[in-house]
Design a protein around this ligand. Structure first.
Ligand code: HMG
Ligand code: MG
Length: 308
C-alpha cells in the first residue's frame, strides 16, 4: 500500500466542464499553473469536443497553448486533453497536444447520451485516432465510463467493463481510466470490477476515476489500492461532473485523496497549502466554497487560527 501513487488532476477539464459560471481562458491557464506549482504534474487541461455540447471547454486550444511553456520549466509536466474523434484529434494536435484521451462507455445508454453513438461506433471513431497518434508519437489514454453503474441502463456487469477496457488496450491506449461516472459504486463492487479488468490487462496500467456523488469515492479508492491500482484521477476542490450524467457530482477531491494518502505514509509530492490556494482561487471565481471535506476543514482551521 505504500507504493507511490500517481495522481492525474482533472480539475481544469472534468471539474470545469460542468460548472455553470464561465471561467476565462486566462483563469483556466492560471488554474493549471497553480496546480503544477502544487506538485500535480499531470493535468487534464481541456477537451476538443463540440462547443455546442460543452461550451465550458470551448477554447481548449488556447488553454493548451497557454500552458505549453510550463513544460519547459517543470520537468515531467504532462497535459492531457479529451478527443472524441478525428476532428478533435486534428484540433488537439494543431494546439500541440502530446497526450490525448479517448472516452468510451461500458453502457449503451450513456454512450448515446454522451457522444451520440453506440459503443461499437465509438470504437470505430477511435481507431483512426489511435492509428494516427501512434504514427505521430502521441500517447493515448482511454476512459471507460459507467464502470459501476449507468444513469440510463442501471447495473453494469464487470465483464462488460473488462471487455471494453481490453478493446481500448488492444487499440494501443497506454492506460485505461475506469470511471464511476455517477459515483454509485461501493468498495466490494469496485474490487470485483477491478479484479475483472485486472484479469485481462496489467493492473499497473489501470487508473481509478471515481466521482464522489454518494460519498464513496475514498473508500472505493482504498479498495482499489488493495487490488494494486496505483493511478488515481481526482479534481481539486471536488469540482465538476459530467453534463450527460444526470445527478452526477464532481470527481473525488484531490485534497481529500492527498490527505488520505499522506496519512497512510504514501508520498504524493503535493504541497497541500499550494493546492488549497489553487482550489480557493477557483472556488472564488465560481462563487461558492469548495465541496472538498479537507479544503473545508483546512479553511475553517485557518479562519479559527486567524481569529476571523
Ligand atoms: P455528433 O453530433 O455525433 O457529431 O457529436 P457529428 O460528427 O455529427 O457533428 C455534429 C457537430 O459537432 C458538427 O458541428 C461538428 O462539426 C461538431 P455543426 O455542423 O453542427 O456546427 N463536432 C465537433 N466540434 C468540435 N470538436 C469536435 C467535434 N466533432 C464534431 N471534436 C460529439 C459527437 C462527440 C462531437 C459530441 O457528442 C460531443 O462533443 N459530446 C460531448 C462529450 C463530452 O465532452 N462529454 C463530457 C466528457 S466525458 C466525461 O466527463 C466522462 C469522463 O470524465 C469519465 C467518467 O467520469 O466516467 C471522461
Ligand atoms: Mg469524469
Amino acid at each position: 500500500m505504500s507504493d507511490q501513487i500517481h495522481i492525474v488532476e482533472m480539475g481544469p477539464r472534468d471539474g470545469l466542464q460542468n460548472e455553470k459560471t464561465p471561467v476565462s481562458v486566462e483563469a483556466r491557464i492560471a488554474f493549471v499553473e497553480a496546480l503544477v506549482a502544487a506538485g500535480l504534474n499531470t493535468v487534464e487541461v481541456g477537451a476538443f469536443v463540440s462547443p455546442k455540447a460543452i461550451p465550458q471547454m470551448a477554447s481548449s486550444d488556447q488553454v493548451l497553448r497557454g500552458v505549453s511553456q510550463i513544460k519547459d520549466r517543470v520537468k515531467g509536466a504532462e497535459f492531457h486533453v479529451l478527443v472524441p474523434n478525428e476532428k478533435g484529434y486534428d484540433a488537439a494536435r494543431a494546439a500541440g497536444a502530446q497526450v490525448v484521451s479517448v472516452f468510451a462507455a461500458a453502457s449503451e445508454g450513456f454512450s448515446r447520451a454522451n457522444i451520440n453513438c453506440s459503443i461499437a461506433e465509438s470504437i470505430e471513431r477511435f481507431k483512426p485516432v489511435l492509428a494516427r497518434a501512434k504514427a505521430d508519437g502521441v500517447k493515448v489514454r482511454g476512459y471507460v465510463s459507467c464502470v459501476l453503474g449507468c444513469p440510463f441502463d442501471g447495473e453494469i456487469k464487470p465483464k462488460a467493463v473488462a471487455d471494453l477496457a481490453m478493446t481500448l488496450w488492444d487499440l494501443g491506449c497506454y492506460e485505461i481510466s475506469l470511471g464511476d461516472t455517477i459515483g454509485v459504486g461501493t468498495p466490494l463492487k469496485a474490487k470485483e470490477m477491478l479484479r475483472a479488468v485486472g484479469a485481462e490487462l496489467p493492473v499497473a496500467n489501470l487508473a481509478m476515476h471515481f466521482h464522489d456523488t454518494y460519498g464513496q469515492a475514498l473508500a472505493n479508492l482504498y479498495a482499489g489500492m488493495e487490488e494494486g491500482v496505483r493511478v488515481i484521477d481526482s479534481a481539486a476542490g471536488g469540482l465538476g461532473g459530467c453534463p450527460y450524467a444526470p445527478g452526477a457530482t464532481g470527481n473525488v477531491a484531490t485534497e481529500d485523496v492527498v490527505y488520505m494518502l499522506e496519512g497512510m505514509g504514501v508520498k504524493t509530492g503535493v504541497d497541500m497549502e499550494k493546492l488549497l490556494a489553487a482550489t480557493n482561487e477557483v472556488a472564488g471565481l465560481l462563487g461558492r466554497p469548495p465541496v472538498s471535506r479537507v479544503a473545508s476543514a483546512l479553511n475553517a482551521k485557518r479562519k479559527r487560527l486567524s481569529g476571523a
